[in-house]
Design a protein. Structure first.
Ligand SMILES: Cc1cc2nc3c(=O)[nH]c(=O)nc-3n(C[C@H](O)[C@H](O)[C@H](O)COP(=O)(O)OP(=O)(O)OC[C@H]3O[C@@H](n4cnc5c(N)ncnc54)[C@H](O)[C@@H]3O)c2cc1C
Length: 408
């Protein structure tokens, strides 16, 4: 197979690269080298990190690059899936913050697939302009892998549905303006056939968000409670009781996310650079770690090729299914191996500097290799094989839908 860019894709790659050069985003977030030092100075100078991110998103929005592959009428740039991939690759190479999140990644594409013209008009431009952040209200305390067993109820009352129940692990709910929400509208139907899919306004009375702190000491996800929350019928996506099939599309988009594989490649490249540059004060790199790095580098290339398979299907207008599961499974498990290699590389020094804010001023932080990033990557990678469906569930999908093996 020929993986070289077509002349059009190569021209687009050049355009993205030139833009990143002009914006001085090449090397942003790098572990070492002049760009890293400049970046670190900016952060130490008390730069408003969220402000920098917001301004950057506005610049991308002006180019139509928040959701490049969306149709132009909905605020995208009407690019091909391959150009979207080129864009992701160049952004990852430059370590530039990429637009993404649930709105761009899978709520928006699901609305494009199933929404009415009114729903598309109402929601898509707000996602693209960055004015609406979305969260995903699927998992419940008793329903994660077996999502179709969810118990949150939606009862029709005039022109509204009334929602009662609870969601959990809802990433970013504390910042979100909207939620893609699954609720049971027919408790007597078989479990997959009584679910509906809503586009909930998070400001609706009766919605309570309670943050949960994870082991990396950040409140990345939440519990969300619904008490007699009224959702207008216009916010039902797709048909009543057919929400499971809409949700399946969302999950396919979620698992198709191709950013992860590219991010791993940059992480491996950063580790290699780190070793080449001497690995920091007092750290001796054991020879076996070099062999591990060689292994990780081959695996990162494999992850990239698995994403190419996903993209090839998308280019043909298909929604990847078990292929997306294979890419998600491989790259999430790889992210843990890469993080573990990083920690082995620096030994006990890796334990320094986990909490950037608390330790930034301490003596220990000075000796923290890569300013504590290795530890943060290690702790954050733990959840990658759970979020978006666990590795066991991905293997089940590959076995049954991909290999045609029986369910039991
Ligand atoms: C960082 C993070 C962010 C998340 N963000 C969101 C979000 O924004 N929105 C949202 O809705 N959810 C979110 N989740 C929830 C996530 O989708 C669920 O945690 C996941 O689907 C697993 O469900 P569970 O936690 O209930 O575990 P369970 O389903 O209870 O699974 C427990 C264990 O049993 C195994 N298991 C279960 N069923 C099977 C089976 N049939 N075959 C083999 N093994 C099985 C699982 O693999 C797992 O190891 C997030 C999770 C994490 C970790």
């Amino acid at each position: 197979m020929d993986f070289r860019d077509t002349p059009e894709d190569a021209a687009f790659r050049r355009e993205v690269r030139d833009f990143l050069d002009a914006e001085q985003f090449q090397g942003f977030g790098r572990a070492s080298g002049p760009a890293a030092a400049a970046n670190e100075d900016r952060l130490r100078g008390g730069v408003d990190r969220y402000g920098v991110y917001r301004d950057w998103m506005k610049k991308l929005a002006r180019k139509g690059w928040i959701a490049p592959a969306w149709p132009k009428e909905y605020g995208g740039a009407g690019m091909t899936v391959m150009q979207q991939f080129v864009f992701n690759e160049e952004m990852a190479r430059a370590r530039a913050p990429r637009p993404g999140g649930i709105g761009v990644g899978f709520a928006g594409p699901t609305i494009i697939t199933y929404g009415t013209e009114e729903q598309k008009k109402e929601h898509l431009s707000l996602i693209v302009s960055g004015d609406a952040v979305w969260c995903q209200g699927f998992s419940e305390p008793g329903s994660g892998s077996d999502l179709a067993s969810l118990q949150t109820r939606a009862v029709r009352d005039g022109d509204d549905y009334v929602i009662n129940g609870q969601k959990i692990w809802t990433s970013g709910a504390q910042f979100a303006q909207r939620m893609i929400l699954l609720a049971r509208t027919d408790p007597d139907a078989p479990k997959h056939k009584g679910i509906s899919y809503f586009l909930l306004d998070m400001k609706s009375p009766g919605v309570t968000v309670r943050p949960l702190v994870n082991m990396a000491n950040s409140a990345a996800f939440n519990e969300v409670f619904f008490e007699d929350v009224r959702v207008p019928k216009k916010d039902l996506l797709g048909e009543e009781n057919r929400g499971w099939y809409v949700a399946a599309t969302t999950l396919d988009f979620e698992r198709s996310s191709i950013g992860a594989a590219i991010a791993q490649q940059t992480q491996v490249e950063d580790l290699i650079l780190f070793v080449r540059e001497g690995a920091g004060d007092g750290v001796t790199v054991h020879p076996t770690v070099k062999l591990e790095l060689a292994e990780r580098s081959i695996e990162a290339e494999t992850a990239r090729l698995l994403s190419y398979r996903v993209i090839t299907l998308q280019t043909k207008g298909m929604v990847p299914n078990h292929e997306a599961s294979a890419a998600k499974l491989y790259s999430s498990e790889l992210s843990q191996r890469v993080a573990a290699t990083g920690m082995r590389l620096v030994g006990l020094y890796g334990l320094l500097g986990q909490d950037r804010k608390a330790e930034a001023e301490s003596a220990a932080y000075r000796y923290a290799p890569r300013r504590g990033r290795l530890m943060r990557a290690y702790v954050n990678a733990v959840s990658s094989t759970i979020a978006g469906g666990t590795s066991e569930i991905q293997r089940n999908i590959i076995a049954t839908r991909g290999l045609g093996l029986p369910r039991d």
